[in-house]
Design a protein around this ligand. Structure first.
Ligand code: FVH
Length: 319
C-alpha cells in the first residue's frame, strides 16, 4: 500500500469548507456528525427525510432534494446501501455534480468503482472511491481509517483535510477500483475470523459454557494466531516457500474430521467449515501435504485462473 501522500495535500479550500452528505443511515449519520464536529458547514439529504432530524439538531442544513444537496458544496460525499443505489440517485444529477468532487463511501466492487469513475469523468465530475475501515461508532475517533483511490488524486489532495475529519486517510492507488479491492480484501480477513469466532461460540456453548467465560481464552488465542499467521503467510506467499515446520496441510487434513464429527455430535451445524475439507483434500491430492496453510491461497487463486507463475508450482513445496 502506498504511503499517504501528504506531500500532495495542497489545500485550495478554506479550512472548514462546506460539505454535502447524501445518505444518512448508520454510517452516513456518523460521517455527517463528524464533519459538523470539525466545524464544516454540512448539508444533508436522505431518502427518508426524518433521518435528517438529529443532524439538523447538531447544526446541519437539510436539503429538500438530492439536487439541492449536490448544489450546496464543492465536495459531495455519498454513503448508500449499494452502488446501484448510488447510480440511481446520482445519474439524474450529473449536470449539477459537474465541476464538483464526488467521494463515494458506499461498499462495492472494483469494477463498480471503475464504472462510476468512467461515468463521472464523462460528466466532468472528479471521482474518488473510498472504503471505510470502521464501524459508525469509530468515525471521527482514533483507530478508524478510510481507503481512497482514483484517477483524480489532485481532487483528493484538495479535499483531504476535510476527509480527515471522518477518519485517517489512506490513498491506495490511481485505479478507482483499488480502494474497493483493499476494502474487500481486508473485510474478507475479518469475515473469516468472525466466522471462526461464531463457530467457536456455537461449539463451546453446546456444552453449556457461557460465552463470557470462554471469551478471554478465545480472544487471546485468536490474537496470538493472527499475529504470527498474517506476516508468516505473507512471507511464504511472496517467497514461494510453502514448506512448513509449523503445521502441515497433511496434519490439518487428518484433524479436520475431528472438528466435523464433534460439531455433529454436539448438534452444531458444520456448514461454515465443511468446505475446508474439500480444499484440504485437493491440496493433499495435488502433493502439498508437507506445505503450510499458505499453499491454500495458491489453490484458491488457481481455481479462479488468477494464480501467478510463482504460485502454480505443481506437486512441490516451492514455486
Ligand atoms: N455500518 C457499518 O458498520 C459499515 C461499515 C463499513 C462501511 N459500510 C457501508 O456503508 C454503506 C452504508 O451503510 P449503513 O450502515 O449506513 O447502512 P444503513 O444504515 O442501512 O443506511 C443505508 C442508507 O442508504 C440509503 N439508501 C438505500 N437505498 C437508497 C436508494 N435507492 N436511494 C437513496 N437512498 C438509499 C438509505 O436511505 P433510507 O432507507 O434511510 O431512506 C440509508 O440512508 C454501505 O455500503 C455499507 O456496506 C457500513
Amino acid at each position: 500500500m502506498p504511503a499517504q501522500n501528504s506531500q500532495n495535500a495542497q489545500n485550495a479550500l478554506p479550512a472548514q469548507s462546506p460539505v454535502t452528505l447524501l445518505g444518512l443511515g448508520l454510517m452516513g449519520s456518523a460521517l455527517a456528525s463528524a464533519l459538523l464536529k470539525a466545524g464544516h458547514p454540512t448539508t444533508v439529504w436522505n431518502r427518508t427525510a426524518a433521518k435528517t432530524g438529529p443532524l439538523v439538531a447538531q447544526g446541519a442544513t437539510p436539503a429538500a432534494t438530492a439536487k439541492d444537496a449536490v448544489r450546496a458544496a464543492p465536495l459531495v460525499i455519498v454513503c448508500l446501501t449499494t452502488n446501484d443505489d448510488v447510480r440511481g440517485l446520482l445519474e439524474p444529477e450529473a449536470a449539477h455534480l459537474k465541476g464538483r468532487t464526488l467521494v463515494n463511501l458506499t461498499n462495492g466492487t472494483p469494477v463498480q468503482a471503475r464504472e462510476l469513475a468512467d461515468w463521472a469523468a464523462a460528466h466532468g465530475i472528479a471521482y474518488i472511491d473510498g472504503g471505510i475501515m470502521a464501524v459508525p461508532q469509530m468515525i471521527g475517533a482514533p483507530g478508524a481509517y478510510i481507503l481512497y483511490s482514483g484517477t483524480d488524486e489532485a481532487a483528493y489532495a484538495t479535499h483531504r483535510p476535510t476527509l480527515e475529519a471522518l477518519a485517517a486517510t489512506k490513498w491506495v492507488g490511481g485505479d478507482p477500483g483499488d480502494a474497493a479491492l483493499y476494502d474487500l480484501s481486508l473485510l474478507t480477513g475479518m469475515y473469516g475470523m468472525v466466522m471462526g469466532v461464531v463457530q467457536a461460540y456455537a461449539l463451546i456453548g453446546s456444552a453449556g459454557v457461557p460465552a463470557r467465560a470462554f471469551a478471554p481464552l478465545l480472544r487471546e488465542w485468536v490474537n496470538a494466531m493472527t499475529d504470527g499467521l498474517v506476516p508468516g503467510m505473507a512471507e511464504a506467499l511472496d517467497s514461494g516457500q510453502h514448506l512448513t515446520d509449523v503445521s502441515s496441510l497433511g496434519i490439518n487434513q487428518a484433524a479436520l474430521p475431528n472438528f466435523l464429527t464433534a460439531y455433529a455430535q454436539a448438534g452444531v451445524s458444520d456448514e461454515l467449515f465443511r468446505p475446508l475439507q474439500g480444499l484440504l483434500d485437493r491440496a493433499i491430492a495435488e502433493g502439498h501435504a508437507a506445505d503450510g496453510l499458505s499453499r491454500l491461497t495458491t489453490l484458491l487463486k488457481q481455481a479462479q485462473g488468477v494464480g501467478s507463475k510463482q504460485d502454480q508450482g505443481a506437486a512441490s513445496t516451492q514455486g
